[in-house]
Design a protein around this ligand. Sequence first.
Ligand code: MG
Length: 173
Amino acid sequence: MTPDEYRSAVARTANVELPKHPPRLRVWNWYAGLAGELGELNAQMRVAMHTSATDREERIIEEAGDVLWYAVALCSEVGAMVPELHPYPVVSRGDWADLGVLAEHLKKWSFHGRDLDPERITALVGKITRAALYRASTVVDATVAEIMAANVAKLKARHPSGFSTAYMEADHG
Ligand SMILES: [Mg+2]
């Protein structure tokens, strides 16, 4: 799966109701999703550290894919280029701390009247996603393309005809 194909797949499974909300809410929605999925990835990594890593590989690939999904969705929302997603082996450790720097940037836009800087957002999201991929790569042996493909397969099963709230209404959201 190429990055372009993945971007199209993300657009297909984004919440079509979201454009009804103000831009600020939409952006914070994607940010919250990104932060939440990083937490879910870390939770799986923590389990893998204390148990047999092999039985956690599928969940780690799933959560890394969720991180990528929100990274692409956030960049698309603000008109920022999607960062280059490095193939394995991931040599850059990225930086988790940039999640906080990104929040600060969005806060200044949201509440202080500053402009969004799409290039800065691309750079920050790039460092955050590389941190996630690097961390995942310490346990799983999957390429970024394979992580994207697994993410798209999950979303296709969840939203076979494009985004649907049925999944969330079934209390899985
Ligand atoms: Mg998840």
